[in-house]
Structures are given as C-alpha cells and as structure tokens.
Design a protein around this ligand. Structure first.
Ligand code: FEO
Length: 176
C-alpha cells in the first residue's frame, strides 16, 4: 500500500497534470488561430501527453486499491503578448512539474514507500526530456524573431509527431 501522504499528494498532482493539459490545449488553439500549424500540432500532442500522465497516476492509485478523486482545474491562460510567450510559459510549467514530481519522490522515500518512489522515476525521466524540448523550442523561437517559418520548419523536422510510444511508460487508466 502506498504511503498516505503520497496518495494525497499524487491526487493533487493528477489535478496539476489535467491543468497542464488544459494549458497546452489553450496554447495550441492560440497558435492554430494564428495559422501556425506545426506549433499548434506540437502543443495538441503535448496536451495529450499531459492527459496521459494524469491517467497513469489514476491507474497507479487504482492498482494500489485507492480511489482517486478527479479534481477540477483552474482556467488556463488564453491570451499571450506574442508568439514566444506561450513557449516560455510552457518551460516554466515543466520546471514547476519537475519540482513537484521530485517532491513526490522525496515523500515516498521518506515513508520507505519504494514502490511509489519507483513509480515516479519514469515521470522524472520524462521531465528531463520535456524541459530539454521546451528549452530548445524557446531558443529557436527567440532567435526566429518574426521569421515564424523557421520555428515551423524546426518542429516539422525535429518533432514530426511520430516519436512513437514508450514501452517503459506506466499503464494509463482507460488505456489512454
Ligand atoms: Fe506531465 Fe510535462 O508534465
């Protein structure tokens, strides 16, 4: 059985992952409205990944005999000063999530709950990748200034959307 504090913190994290999903949908829609289809597709895919993270956490609690509570989320930001701003926001969000997941690992370790600690390891690895991706994207976007085709080309080349599944990923509730 997972430690009680881990269960309640993981439940909070489920809400934050859904909030990240909503935020990335809002970012994708913003880019779609500006006819920047590669950026839009990239963030629609990121949104789905965040939903997947939430559902993996839901499944972990179910498997552990706990009943997760599906929380409501705060409204995402939908207006941005310029095309770079949503990427900067995304990078900040990923850094925050990394701290939150590290906090979950610390709670599990302190409670000698090594199964839960191992469960969150995959998410820590995922965060390293997401921070690297968003950092690269931010650097390209800042360099592109008004040449938006540069960043559209970068995404088409580096993140075409066929990265494939990760066989080591935890199972998600509902098979999502
Ligand atoms: Fe689920 Fe990108 O954190």
């Amino acid at each position: 059985m997972p430690a009680e504090q881990f269960v309640s913190e993981l439940n909070e994290q489920i809400g934050r992952e859904y909030a990240a999903h909503q935020q990335y949908v809002a970012v994708a829609v913003y880019y779609d409205s500006l006819t920047l289809p590669q950026l839009a597709s990239f963030f629609y895919r990121q949104a789905l990944e965040e939903r997947g993270h939430a559902m993996m956490m839901v499944q972990y609690l179910l498997d552990a005999g706990e009943t997760p509570t599906i929380p409501g989320v705060e409204a995402p930001r939908t207006d941005f000063d310029d095309v770079v701003a949503p990427i900067a926001l995304a990078l900040e969000q990923e850094k925050r999530v990394t701290d939150q997941i590290s906090g979950l690992a610390a709670i599990a370790r302190e409670a000698n709950d090594y199964v839960s600690e191992q469960f969150v390891q995959w998410f820590l690895k995922e965060q390293v990748e997401e921070i690297a991706t968003m950092s690269d994207l931010l650097a390209i976007a800042e360099r592109a200034t008004d040449r938006w085709s540069d960043i559209e080309d970068f995404i088409a080349r580096e993140h075409p959307g066929d990265e494939g599944g990760d066989p080591t990923a935890p199972t998600a509730a509902g098979g999502a």
